[in-house]
Design a protein around this ligand. Structure first.
Ligand SMILES: [Zn+2]
Ligand SMILES: [Zn+2]
Length: 350
């Protein structure tokens, strides 16, 4: 089979040929028909996360070794199963979305299906081969999610951008009718977040983005207000209006974190999911005096993916913009994403 792999960090993906995978044990093989192109692929391609202050978190140190076949928004046809895979033969040929945030599969955390918190991650497209390939091996059929009735291009995006937004938003416990939810950044995940926030019942959403076009898009998609966080009085205005009860930061950079934390009301919660990078300095007494919560959220678990898919199936999540690109055009897609020129999500189709 053909695949595109990071052979050397910081270089374009290279086409490689591998033997077709033969499933062993409980494994199943997916013939990949869609794979979303995610911003975090750029970090994997670079080989590090920016920690700020000139420090880097190296992916090689985290156990990522080249060549890496990236791609973690994988959807495709089930074409083969291992001898111990607990799935009926009649399921062969059906299309599934793959839950990619795998762990070791055996620890306590994995056994309660919180594999995204496993200390030994085995995520598809990061630690294991992912979907920038013709075929993808999944260790167990329980990670296949039925998405019948959902457009496959759109469905693929729920495995990362969707689940990440969903899991972060469910960490915000506020009066959804009256209190303000602040969304920082309307990139692929942020846009998905805005749609899912509506589906979860948040009625009072303010979006902050430095891009005027994305602010317009936010208003067109039902945000109450869209602000430029660089304008001097934006945070103060939000605070005057009572402040944000919850904020989800889909960028995760120094300015977005500082802005969102400053905009919180007392007792508010800031959830960061973006991995842009950088660092912030926080005075400790205001954290106490304002009784704020600062927490991270990393992708989501299998239960959350299934809950999200149920919301989508119920017609509650407005589809976000998706654009298909060719399998052989994966490097172009990554370059476009790096240049920040993408509204919504690019999805490889084959
Ligand atoms: Zn992703
Ligand atoms: Zn585990």
């Amino acid at each position: 089979m053909r695949a595109y792999a990071v052979k050397m960090f910081c270089e374009p993906l290279a086409p490689i040929e591998q033997p077709d995978p033969q499933p062993a044990g409980t494994e199943v093989v997916i013939d990949v028909t869609r794979c979303g192109v995610c911003h975090s692929d750029l970090h994997i391609q670079d080989g590090y996360y920016d920690l700020g202050g000139g420090k880097r978190l190296s992916l090689a140190d985290r156990g990522v070794s080249t060549p890496v076949i990236m791609g973690h928004e994988v959807l495709g046809r089930l074409v083969a199963k291992g001898p111990d895979a607990p799935i009926a033969d009649s399921e062969i040929g059906k299309t599934f979305l793959v839950y990619p945030w795998l762990g070791c599969g055996t620890c306590e955390i994995c056994r309660r299906d919180e594999e995204n918190y496993c200390p030994k991650p085995a995520s598809l497209g990061v630690f294991r081969s992912g979907g920038y390939a013709e075929k993808c091996v999944v260790p167990h059929p329980k990670h296949l999610v039925d998405v019948t009735g959902i457009d496959p291009t759109l469905a693929a995006t729920y495995a990362c951008s969707g689940i990440t937004a969903y899991s972060a938003l469910t960490k915000i416990d506020i009066d959804k009718d009256n209190e303000t939810l602040l969304i920082m950044g309307l990139g692929g995940v942020g846009m998905s977040g805005l749609q899912i926030a509506h589906a979860l019942g948040f009625r009072n959403i303010v979006v902050a983005d430095i891009d005027a076009g994305k602010r317009e898009l936010a208003i067109a998609n039902g945000a109450r207000d869209a602000i430029d966080p660089r304008s001097a009085d934006a945070a103060a205005k939000l605070a005057e209006a009572g402040g944000a009860a919850g904020a989800v930061d889909f960028v995760g950079a120094k300015p977005t974190a500082e802005f969102a934390i400053a905009a919180l009301r007392k007792g508010g919660t800031y959830v960061v999911v973006g991995l842009f990078g950088g660092d912030i300095t926080l005075s400790i007494p205001p954290i106490v005096l304002r009784a704020i919560t600062i927490r991270g959220s990393y992708v989501g678990n299998l239960r959350e993916l299934k809950e999200l898919i149920a919301l989508v199936r119920a017609g509650k999540v407005k589809p976000m913009p998706v654009e298909t690109v060719s399998f052989n055009g994966v490097n172009d897609a990554l370059d476009r994403l790096r240049a920040g020129k993408v509204q919504g999500r690019l999805v490889i189709a084959r």
